[in-house]
Design a protein around this ligand. Structure first.
Ligand code: MG
Length: 163
């Protein structure tokens, strides 16, 4: 059995007049995520972790923000493609663990929906994906609600005998 791990991290500004999309789920809030795409930092962190595990660069090389195709694009497209890439390379997703650093609103009521949505995009079971929430204790740009950040770690597995 070959096991690979990948790490992802992403930050976006929080501004008025944008939707706050977290793992493909829209959270009702007065501020949203600024980005070329929909600014879904959770999905971006997971995509970077998947690409990192495959040593295939990062989200910026695969989906550059200079490309008008990705303007306001739903980030689920990136996650679908990265998940397909994993299988193309002969791997299965073992598990995904994430932390969302968001001062407000409270993430907890949405975690079940976010996990379900991410699992369906990646073609895995809900039990394989963990979404944890924390605040930044009102300190720094995250704590002052100028932005939000996400961390992700993934493991990919491949049965050597099948290849
Ligand atoms: Mg991003």
């Amino acid at each position: 059995m070959i096991v690979r791990s990948g790490l992802g991290y992403d930050v976006h500004r929080l501004v008025e007049g944008r939707a706050l999309v977290v793992g493909g789920v829209i959270l009702p809030h007065k501020k949203g995520s600024l980005g070329h795409s929909d600014g879904d930092a959770l999905i971006h962190a997971i995509v970077d972790a998947l690409l990192g595990a495959l040593a295939l660069g990062d989200i910026g090389t695969h989906f550059p923000d200079s490309d008008p195709r990705w303007k306001d694009a739903p980030s689920r497209i990136f996650l679908e493609e990265a998940s397909q890439q994993v299988r193309k390379e002969g791997y299965e997703i073992g598990n995904v663990d994430t932390t969302v650093i968001l001062e407000r609103p409270r993430l907890r009521p949405h975690i079940a929906a976010i996990r379900q949505n991410l699992a369906s995009i990646m073609g895995i079971r809900t039990e394989q994906i963990s979404v944890k929430a924390t605040t930044h204790e009102k300190m720094g740009f995250l704590g002052e609600e100028k932005g939000w950040a996400c961390q992700a770690i993934v493991t990919l597995v491949k049965n050597e005998n099948e290849r």
